[in-house]
Design a protein around this ligand. Structure first.
Ligand SMILES: [Zn+2]
Ligand SMILES: [Zn+2]
Length: 363
């Protein structure tokens, strides 16, 4: 047999052996991989819980009410020294937050921008994870938001009441502390329409301020300005271009601004119209007038003098990253600093005592 043919046969034999081994060893290899990944993830979460010298903003949900396999509903986690906050709890957001290594147990407070369903869909899940997922809570989790938040919180507390009983029986009162179950509503009264940001929560070096945005007919709708030491992050909530937001975001390091691409939504509307889906086409028309375009967001960021802009609450869904440039349209021409289309898993780190802004994609 010629040498080359023998070599070929030997190579085929080795490949066959490798394929058989890969099949046979799939279970032990999988077990080993899982063990390593689990250890790394839990260690990451433990590190995240350690006091840091940065203001860290976790984008746990960059999507909107429109179904999007890659994006959870609106959700932002804030880690600042010992402080752990969440702003909005969109569908799937708490899972993404946990997957990013954010220490979800032991939250200090949740802030809701407004009471549209896409911002509260996973509030029950977030409160539950916080109750049994951390070191154990002795008091309910404060959930602050516009008037009406008390009804939302009461509804979730009632809906999860059977689960409360199961958890206490199964895990014991030391872990599922009965007094720590559920959420407690804190109503934030509407701030003045043109008053910029008004402090609503202060603790040590952390100040959370609220400002009114324009999401009519949903009113009041809020945005939040989070300041820790010398760094500032602002979250728009849902709004059209808002002069009051420009006031409230003055000189912030980071602005997370919602964005809807009007041309893309009109394209969807026309396609729905052609297919005879008149109701959904009408909804596409309706949403055009209470969201900001990427250009609006870029203009607001520029006028406010913020250092970096990340768009979130994206409408419509962008199934491929390639579409991001089309989504942005003319926005890059209106803002000089870093401008990013948000993705789930984006962590923005703002170290104290510095102008640095770091972007990492954790998922
Ligand atoms: Zn909304
Ligand atoms: Zn929304």
């Amino acid at each position: 047999m010629p040498f080359q043919r023998r070599l070929l046969l030997a190579a085929c034999f080795l490949l066959l052996v490798a394929a058989v081994l890969a099949g046979v060893l799939r279970r032990p290899i999988g077990e080993e991989l899982f063990e390593r990944a689990a250890s790394a993830r839990i260690a990451d979460a433990a590190r995240g819980a350690v006091t840091s010298d940065s203001l860290r903003v976790y984008l746990c949900g960059s999507g909107s009410p429109m179904p999007d396999a890659a994006r959870a509903g609106p959700c932002v986690g804030i880690l600042a020294g010992p402080h752990r906050l969440v702003i909005d709890a969109g569908s799937g957001g708490p899972r993404k937050l946990a997957a990013m290594g954010f220490p979800v147990g032991g939250l200090e407070q949740v802030f809701l921008t407004h009471l549209h369903s896409d911002h509260i869909d996973s509030l029950g899940e977030l409160v539950l994870i916080d109750w049994v997922g951390g070191e154990g809570r002795a008091a309910p989790l404060p959930v602050a938001g516009p008037p009406g938040v008390e009804r939302v919180v009461d509804g979730f507390n009632r809906a999860y009441a059977p689960d409360r009983g199961y958890r206490i029986v199964h895990h014991g009162e030391a872990i599922a502390q009965p007094a720590g179950y559920g959420a407690e509503a804190r109503v934030i009264p509407p701030p003045p329409a043109d008053g910029g940001a008004v402090p609503v929560y202060e603790d040590g070096e952390l100040t959370v301020s609220v400002f009114l945005v324009d999401h009519a007919p949903v009113a009041p709708a809020y945005g939040y300005r989070v300041a820790w030491r010398d760094r500032v992050a602002v979250v728009s909530g849902d709004t059209v271009y808002s002069e009051n937001l420009v006031r409230a975001a003055r000189d912030a390091d980071l602005l997370l601004h919602e964005a809807l691409a009007p041309a893309m939504v009109r394209t969807l509307r026309d396609a729905l119209d052609r297919e005879g889906a008149a109701n959904t086409a009408r909804i596409m028309d309706d949403i055009l007038d209470y969201h900001a375009s990427p250009v609006d967001a870029a203009r607001a960021a520029s006028e406010a003098g913020v250092a970096a802009l990340v768009l979130y609450h994206l409408v419509p869904p962008l199934p491929r990253a390639y579409l991001q440039r089309a989504f942005l349209g003319d926005a890059p021409g209106h803002f000089d600093g870093p401008l990013r289309v948000g993705v789930d898993g984006l962590l923005v780190t703002l170290p104290a005592g510095s102008d640095a802004i770091r972007f990492d994609e954790l998922l």
